[in-house]
Ligand binder design. Structure first.
Ligand code: CO
Length: 460
C-alpha cells in the first residue's frame, strides 16, 4: 500500500497508523468511510494491534449537548495523561467536507494536543454500513495507540443503538424538557445504557427527568452483583459533573471486567454478521441480479403481484446455486436392457459417458448400473432371474425405457395433487426406496405410457 503515501516515504499506511501519525490516521479513516478497495487490507493489517483501547459509546437525541460533553470528557481524561480518539457520527447531517470544518472547530478546544484526535464520519447516506465504518474507524484509533476511543452518535435510532451498544461502555445522554423520558422508552434505549447522563441540569425539569429515569431503573429487576446504571448530572458548558462521569465510567470498567470479553465478543459477532451480510448483498447485486431486475421486482411488490418473502427466497435460491429451485427435477431414466455389459459398452465406449456405480437389487432381481448425464443419470437395468419384473418387461415390450424418476420436494403433497386429479397410482403412500429415499409409482396408464416414479430424497 506504499502508493498511498503522500509524503514520498516508501512506508505502508498501516505502519504509519501504528506509529500514531495523524495524517495517516485521517487517511485510513477516509479509506474506510469510502469503502475503498484498500480498506479491507488496511483493517486486516491493523487488526492484530487492536484491543487495548477502551471504547466509550455516547448517544442521545439531537440537542443533548453531546459534542460539548465529549470535549469536556476528553479534557478530563487528558488530565490523567490518557490519550483520546473521538469518532463523531451524525447520520442525519449531509456531511461532505463539512465534516472537516466541524472537526476543525471542535479540535480548537484541543489544539496542539497530540494526545487527542477528533474525526467526524461522513456517512454519505449509507446507513447500513455506518456501524461497520464507525467500528473500523475506532479500530484505526485503537491501533494508533489511543487509550480511549469515544464514539459519539446523534439520535436514538436503531443505527445509533447498534453502534453504541457494542462499545465497552454505553452512555445515554438526555436533556430536560425534550420529552426524553418518552423517547427513552420508545427507542428501547434502557437496555443499552450503562450510564445515564442528564446534561444541561441548569434547565427546568432536570430534577423531574432524573427522578423519572431513576423510577424506571427501579422497575428493573437487578441481582446483587448486577450493574445498576447510575444517573450522572452534568453541565457540559461549565464542565460541572464531568469528573463524576469519569468516576462512573471507571466504576463500570472495574465492575465489568468479567463481562468485558463477552461484550467484545458480541461486538465481534455483530461486525462479522454485518460484514457477511453486506458482502453477500454485494455479491447478489453484482453476480445474481440481472440489470434492472431489482426495479422490476420492486414494481411487482408495489402492485402486490409479488410478496417480498417470495422475492427474497427466489433471489436467495439463485445466489445459493439452486437455480431458482425448481420443484421437480429429473433424477434418472431407468432403461431395461438384455445385456448390461453391451449396454455399458455403448454408453461408456461409444458415447464417452462414465459408469459410476453398480448395485444388485435382490428384491427386484435386477442389476443396475448408473451413468450420470449432467444433473440426472441413466439407470441401466438387467434382470438377474427370469421372473424379475425387468425380465417380464423386456419379454413383453423389448428393451427400452422402463421408468423415469422425478425428484420432488414433498412426495406426499405431490401424491395428494395427483390423486385429486384422478391419476391412477401404484403406490398411494410413499415407501422407502434406495438410500432411504421416499418413492411412489404412478401407473403408466395415467402417465402416457411411461412408468413414473416419484422420489423425495432424505434431507442431509
Ligand atoms: Co430407478
Amino acid at each position: 500500500m506504499s502508493e498511498l503515501t503522500t509524503t514520498g516515504e516508501p512506508r505502508r499506511l498501516s505502519e504509519r497508523v501504528l506509529e500514531g501519525e495523524p495524517r495517516a490516521i485521517a487517511r485510513a479513516i477516509s479509506l474506510i468511510e469510502d469503502d475503498a478497495p484498500q480498506a479491507a487490507a488496511l483493517v486486516r493489517a491493523l487488526f492484530p494491534h487492536t484491543g487495548a483501547a477502551y471504547l466509550v459509546g455516547i448517544t442521545g437525541p439531537p440537542g443533548a449537548g453531546k459534542s460539548t460533553l465529549v470535549d469536556r470528557l476528553t479534557a478530563q481524561l487528558r488530565l490523567g495523561d490518557q490519550t483520546v480518539g473521538v469518532v463523531a457520527v451524525d447520520p442525519t447531517s449531509p456531511y461532505t467536507g463539512g465534516a472537516i470544518l466541524g472537526d476543525r472547530v471542535r479540535m480548537q478546544a484541543h489544539a496542539g494536543d497530540a494526545g487527542v484526535f477528533i474525526r467526524s464520519m461522513a456517512t454519505r447516506g449509507q446507513l447500513g454500513g455506518l456501524a461497520r465504518a464507525t467500528h473500523e474507524a475506532a479500530q484505526v484509533l485503537d491501533a494508533a495507540g489511543y487509550h480511549w476511543v469515544i464514539i459519539e452518535t446523534v439520535g436514538v435510532g436503531q443505527d445509533e443503538v447498534d453502534i453504541v451498544r457494542t462499545a465497552d461502555i454505553s452512555i445515554v445522554t438526555l436533556v430536560p424538557g425534550a420529552g426524553d423520558d418518552v423517547q427513552v422508552l420508545k427507542a428501547g434505549i434502557m437496555e443499552i445504557a450503562d450510564v445515564f447522563v442528564v446534561n444541561k441540569t441548569d434547565r427546568d425539569g432536570a430534577d423531574r427527568l432524573v427522578a423519572s429515569l431513576e423510577a424506571m431503573l427501579a422497575l428493573e429487576e437487578a441481582g446483587p452483583d448486577q450493574w445498576r446504571p447510575p444517573v450522572v448530572r452534568t453541565q457540559a458548558t461549565t464542565g460541572a459533573g464531568v469528573p463524576e462521569l469519569v468516576a462512573a465510567i471507571d466504576a463500570f470498567r472495574a465492575h465489568s471486567t468479567a463481562e468485558h470479553m463477552s461484550r467484545r465478543r458480541v461486538r465481534d459477532e455483530f461486525r462479522l454478521r454485518e460484514l457477511i451480510a453486506s458482502r453477500f448483498m454485494a455479491h447478489v447485486e453484482s453476480e445474481v441480479l440481472r440489470s434492472g431486475e431489482l426495479a422490476v421486482t420492486l414494481d411487482r411488490i408495489a402492485d402486490r403481484t409479488l410478496d417480498p418473502y417470495s422475492a427474497a427466497a427466489g433471489v436467495l435460491g439463485r445466489a445459493l446455486g439452486r437455480g431458482g429451485s425448481p420443484p421437480v427435477t429429473l433424477d434418472h431414466v431407468g432403461i431395461a436392457v438384455r445385456d448390461i455389459a453391451e449396454a455399458v459398452a455403448f454408453y461408456r465406449d461409444a458415447l464417452g459417458l462414465e459408469v459410476v456405480s453398480t448395485e444388485e437389487v435382490a428384491a427386484q432381481r435386477v442389476r443396475a448400473h448408473f451413468v450420470p448425464v449432467g444433473e440426472s443419470s441413466l439407470e441401466l437395468l438387467e434382470a438377474t432371474t427370469a421372473d424379475s419384473p425387468i425380465a417380464r418387461f423386456v419379454e413383453k415390450r423389448g428393451p427400452g425405457v422402463h421408468h423415469i424418476t422425478l425428484r420432488v420436494d414433498d412426495i406426499r403433497a405431490a401424491l395428494a395433487r395427483l390423486t385429486q386429479r384422478g391419476v391412477r397410482l401404484i403406490d398411494d403412500e410413499p415407501r422407502i426406496g434406495a438410500e432411504g429415499a421416499l418413492v411412489a409409482f404412478v401407473h403408466p396408464s395415467s402417465a402416457h405410457g411411461v412408468l413414473v416414479e416419484l422420489k423425495q430424497d432424505v434431507k442431509g
